[in-house]
Design a protein around this ligand. Structure first.
Ligand SMILES: Nc1nc2c(ncn2[C@@H]2O[C@H](COP(=O)(O)OP(=O)(O)O)[C@@H](O)[C@H]2O)c(=O)[nH]1
Ligand SMILES: [Mg+2]
Length: 501
């Protein structure tokens, strides 16, 4: 952080609003702590070192010795108060907090100690010579190692050391090793005693604290601002903790594992969205491909209808001969009797009809019906729908009989010599038109069957899609909460009130 020099008091005041916000969010403990820091009129010019540890570690004696004063010492203190002694340093005051001690048997003392620590710029864990590795001490180290505050490990009452049992250097090494395990540097480990001892670093510790205080106070107000920010951040964390945990649990319930970080959750969400989108895309593409296939088949079948050779030359010739027989001047036989003429017309009509019907059957109906049935099978519809359609294909056909052909004759055109050709084209057109209409009918039923199959497939995929959507939802909900948390943290770090939800 850059020097806040003259702006420090004003900047600090902004935390009043942050405190109000925390209060409104239900984190009144942190709101009170901020107000407590702000209420300290000396706050901006005070550097605070808190001494904590088990009872009788010698904290009070040590603090007194550091300050050159005598503090209330002795076993079993009845008060749970935090005592402060102050030492003048350049640029302000070094305040030493003597805490009542962490005693697992008295929750009030533990609480008073923990409550005092938010005011501290530095924490010193004090242990007596004989209890360096006591569980409570290790717990304390563990807890403060996680915070941002500088952390000291002080092994007190080293006058109790007996060189005959263990060389002091070896003892000191093992302590430094332990400290390193908790991220405490060698320069932050001190050995002290208020009784005469060759190993005591009481003066070094005092010099260290004074230098630390003067260094921090030289930046004018920074220690206090740091404390304010730290408490505000803790308060924000407290506000979001349970909600974020709840949402992480929802993610874990669905995905088997809770995200380890917001970034990981963002990655999961990104992935989930991509997969859900791909799923929807696939579905749409399948739908479009199926529709395109039906269109392609329809075009192919209609082309088959149009190109079928249903009236090759000899068939067309029979048609033209029939038309010739209808002309007014058509007469046959020596006597050109009406009966014979009529019989000839009848014969020519029958010959044309029989030939045409056979050609239509052989070159149009049968090949088309086979082609359609084959291609419909290839689509892979549900059995019942496929069966229905195949039957429909097998039932395709045009009833080419005398009436069909006669209906195509335009009597008014009989005078034209060329009409025979036109007539044969008209007959073919009528055959193709009727076939086209039947093909169209099959295509409509096919399209409906394809649609039905798609719908059922999509229904089958619905459970999977639902799951994917739920997964996206819980991830989004976690990420949103995490982002609000992050931006609230960023806001209070700037002394700003986090913006609304
Ligand atoms: N031998 C020895 N005893 C000490 C030392 N410092 C404190 N004591 C004794 O340890 C006991 C507890 O000291 P006190 O300062 O009250 O510990 P606190 O409970 O941590 O505050 C008292 O009887 C002190 O006289 C020391 O450096 N050497
Ligand atoms: Mg004490």
């Amino acid at each position: 952080m850059s020097s806040v020099s003259t702006t420090a008091p004003r900047f600090a005041q902004r935390f009043m609003q942050v405190a109000d916000w925390l209060e409104a969010e239900g984190a009144s403990l942190y709101a009170d702590r901020i107000r407590g820091i702000l209420a300290d009129s000396e706050g901006l010019t005070t550097y605070t070192a808190a001494f904590c540890g088990l009872f009788s570690a010698g904290k009070s004696s040590l603090v007194g010795a550091l300050a050159g004063q005598s503090l209330r010492t002795g076993a079993n203190p009845t008060t749970a108060e935090v005592e402060a002694v102050e030492v003048e340093v350049e640029g302000g005051t070094l305040r030493l907090l003597d805490t009542p001690g962490i005693d697992s048997t008295d929750e009030r003392h533990r609480e008073a100690t923990m409550n005092a620590l938010y005011q501290a710029d530095l924490v010193a864990v004090v242990t007596d010579y004989q209890h360096v590795e006591a569980d409570a001490n290790l717990e304390l180290l563990q807890m403060f190692a996680a915070s941002e505050k500088p952390l000291l490990l002080i092994v007190h009452q080293v006058d109790k050391h007996l060189e005959a049992e263990l060389p002091f250097a070896a003892f000191a090494d093992s302590v430094r090793q332990l400290a390193a395990d908790y991220g405490v540097e060698e320069s932050c480990v001190f050995f002290t005693s208020v009784r005469p001892s060759a190993h005591s670093q009481l003066d070094e510790l005092r010099a260290y604290l004074v230098a630390k205080a003067e260094g921090a106070l030289g930046t004018d107000g920074e220690p206090m601002i740091r404390r304010l920010i730290e408490v505000a951040r803790e308060g924000v964390s407290a506000c979001y903790e349970s909600e974020l945990a709840r949402r992480a649990k929802a993610v874990e319930e669905l995905g088997g594992r809770a995200p380890q970080s917001l970034d990981e959750a963002r990655e999961w969400l990104w992935d989930a969205r991509r997969r859900a989108d791909a799923f929807a895309q696939e579905e749409m593409e399948r739908r479009e491909a199926q529709k395109a296939l039906v269109e392609t088949r329809k075009d192919g079948w209609l082309r088959t209808v149009d190109l079928a050779q249903i009236a090759p030359y000899e068939t067309a010739e029979k048609g033209r001969r029939y038309i010739d027989s209808l002309r007014a001047d058509f007469k046959v036989g020596v006597f050109r009797s009406a009966k014979k003429t009529e019989a000839e017309r009848e014969a020519r009509l029958k010959a044309f009809v029989a030939d045409l019907a056979q050609k239509v059957e052989n070159f149009l109906v049968r090949p088309l019906s086979a082609e359609m049935a084959q291609q419909i099978r290839e689509i892979g519809l549900h059995a019942a729908a496929e069966e229905r359609l195949i039957q429909r294909c097998q039932g395709l056909g045009v009833r080419v009989d005398e009436a069909f052909v006669q209906a195509c004759v335009k009597p008014g055109s009989l005078v034209s010599a060329e009409y025979g050709h036109q007539f044969v084209r008209d007959v073919q057109d009528r055959v193709r038109r009727e076939m086209r209409a039947q093909v169209q009918g099959v295509v409509e039923e096919l399209a409906a069957a394809v649609e039905e199959r798609l719908r059922m497939e999509e229904q089958d995929g619905a459970a999977e899609r639902d799951r994917a959507e739920r997964w996206c939802h819980v991830l989004r909900s976690y990420v949103e909460c995490g982002e609000r948390f992050e931006s609230a943290l960023a806001a209070v770090t700037q002394g700003e009130v986090p913006s609304g939800e």
